[in-house]
Design a protein around this ligand. Structure first.
Ligand code: GLC
Length: 560
């Protein structure tokens, strides 16, 4: 991270003597929080109306799926169709970890000129070289949800507005100007001792290791704006011209036309939570699922003015193509696996069955044992002659929450998690990806990354933050006992180990080699999971119902 505060500020654009830094001082032009309308009703608004393409004037159909009306999520408890041991009994007395967690979360608050604007990535910043002293956009999401669920939306509003201002600044890396819509990966508050004034410093990827692009930040920002609106019932924030513009800029970036033959979004490695080289370049499922979810959230938030309407049309078209593509080509279950195994290659024309010319010999050995008879998931990546068969947790959970996964696919994902409990949950939830890259593969794919050695960090490490996503997905599929059991496992260690960032080992038994302690999203992820288990109606904040207009093309195979 460069530590340059702003040198000067001109025409609303940031200039700095260090061309590679994106530091900024907020001055009088800064959007004043106090001038923004306070939420009209601050009580929790738990309802989750059906918001879908049907909002575009088409009639919604009544759905028979049990979770189509998320406000009824509470009625999903308890669930009986389970093969996971441990019945669901809600605890009337909060676990002692909960109060400790809240204290730790509050300690992580970051203030800018007296206002809370985010949470620090980790309070344990013993190693000065690293950038855990910053507010990361993706890391703040679980914190924001915890505050929203606790009826404290102000910090979330402040964060949304502050990051919006950062988006509007000129962004430059070396001599290259970044696109207008790019949201920062992270920012921090810098105290300028000379002027005795606080300034903000943002990182758009130029200071991150490997100069990785934070493609997920803009998507999380839109998803958070929708969560805020849903939970407070306050539509005035999203309706602000500044927020509409921020959304337009993000959408312009990801909806723009190029040379692509796929509706998915082409990305470089390290563009998301996995922000180091891990072979996720191409069309990583994490980004595709977040893209899909952000588009669906944007549909609910965009104003129907001229510009808004244009975006709504573009989004509708893209969602159609995107859901078709992902549900057809990224989905893998035992039937699909068998089909790939028997694929012919070198097929041309529209009649090709093996559309991407995936060579069956590229199927890794582990997949045949990993794939249960009942169950399936969205694979990590699909592009010409390349299917990355690895399981990635975040993308699959977001696929469930956004209803990118059909109800059958959602159930199959949860079936897979239950069948592969040891591999994916083990002794600490949850594996960020499975399996680990080892030996030669690790050398070639990670570039010999010493932080991403096998079963560590992004390479098969276990990340407690993912608990909130698993919990939301479990509740949405009517199987909260899965999350309950995983949460109980996490509770045996999280506080004792001082909220590590990640755990290592096949079972997640060991505190990660280089894991920070007091990692904020580990704390917030746990708290959000607990709150949702207590009150499943909170799910509406982070889940979207199935859109009947996005016709499923691929049902779970009949053989299941
Ligand atoms: C690591 C993680 C990234 C996270 C950051 C801050 O770089 O890989 O996902 O945002 O730490 O916690």
């Amino acid at each position: 991270m460069s530590s340059f505060p702003m040198d000067w500020y001109q025409n609303g654009s940031l200039r700095s003597s260090d061309a590679s830094s994106n530091a900024a001082e907020t001055d009088e032009k800064e959007l004043d929080f106090s001038k923004v309308d306070k939420p009209r009703g601050l009580e929790r608004c738990k309802s989750c109306e059906v918001n879908s393409l049907s909002e575009l004037g088409k009639d919604g159909e009544n759905s028979s799926h049990p979770v189509d009306h998320l406000e009824n999520a509470a009625s999903l408890l308890p669930n009986t169709s389970t093969n996971t041991p441990g019945a669901l009994v809600l605890d009337p007395h909060p676990h002692p970890i909960v109060s400790e967690g809240w204290e730790a979360l509050r300690r992580s608050l970051v203030y800018f000129r007296g206002q809370p604007v985010g949470t620090i990535a980790a309070l344990d910043i013993s190693d000065e070289k690293v950038n855990y002293d910053q507010v990361f956009v993706r890391d703040f999401v679980p914190s924001a949800l915890a505050f929203l669920m606790n009826g404290e939306p102000d910090i979330v509003r402040n964060f949304i507005l502050k990051t919006l201002r950062l988006q509007s600044w000129e962004k430059k890396i070396d001599r290259f100007h970044l696109a207008e819509g790019v949201m920062p990966a992270s920012f921090k508050v810098f105290h300028d001792p000379v002027r005795n004034r606080e300034t903000l410093i943002a990182d758009f990827g130029e200071s991150a290791i490997g100069r990785v692009a934070p493609v997920d930040s803009g998507f999380w920002w839109i998803i958070l704006l929708r969560a805020y609106t849903k939970s407070t019932g306050d539509t005035s924030l999203a309706e602000l011209p500044e927020c509409q513009k921020g959304m337009h800029l993000i959408l312009n970036l990801c909806l723009s036309e190029g040379f692509d033959t796929f509706p998915t979004l082409l990305c470089a490695d390290g563009c998301c939570m996995i922000d180091r080289r891990m072979g996720v370049y191409g069309y990583p499922i994490e980004i595709q699922a977040l893209f899909f979810m952000a588009l669906r959230c944007a549909l609910q938030l965009l104003r129907q003015d001229n510009e808004g309407k244009e975006f709504i049309e573009r989004i509708a078209k893209r969602l159609h193509a995107l859901s078709y593509h992902l549900r057809s080509y990224f989905w893998l279950d035992s039937k699909q696996l068998n089909d790939v195994y028997r694929f012919k290659t070198e097929e041309y024309s529209h009649t090709a069955v093996n559309k991407f010319n995936v060579i069956p010999d590229s199927l890794p050995d582990w997949i045949f044992d990993f794939m249960p008879l009942n169950g399936g998931y969205f694979v990590g990546n699909v592009s010409p002659a390349r299917m990355d068969f690895r399981w990635f947790c975040l993308g699959n959970c977001i696929a469930i929450l956004s209803s990118l996964a059909t109800p059958e696919q959602s159930m199959a994902i949860m079936d897979l998690i239950e069948s592969r409990w040891l591999e994916l949950i083990g002794e600490m939830p949850l594996k960020v990806c499975y399996p680990a890259l080892e030996k030669h593969e690790w050398q070639i794919i990670t570039g010999c990354d010493p932080k991403n050695t096998r079963w560590s960090y992004h390479n098969g490490g276990s990340w407690p933050v993912l608990l909130w996503l698993l919990t939301a997905a479990s509740i949405k599929t009517g199987r909260p006992h899965i999350a309950k059991r995983a949460t109980e496992i996490a509770e045996t260690r999280l506080l004792k180990d001082n909220w590590p960032e990640y755990y290592d080992g096949k079972l997640g038994r060991y505190i990660g080699k280089q894991a920070r302690k007091s990692q904020t999203w580990s704390i917030a992820g746990y708290l959000v999971a607990k709150m949702m288990l207590e009150d499943p109606s909170l799910l509406g904040m982070v889940a979207i119902e199935e859109d009947k207009h996005l016709k499923p093309v691929l049902r779970r195979s009949n053989s299941l």
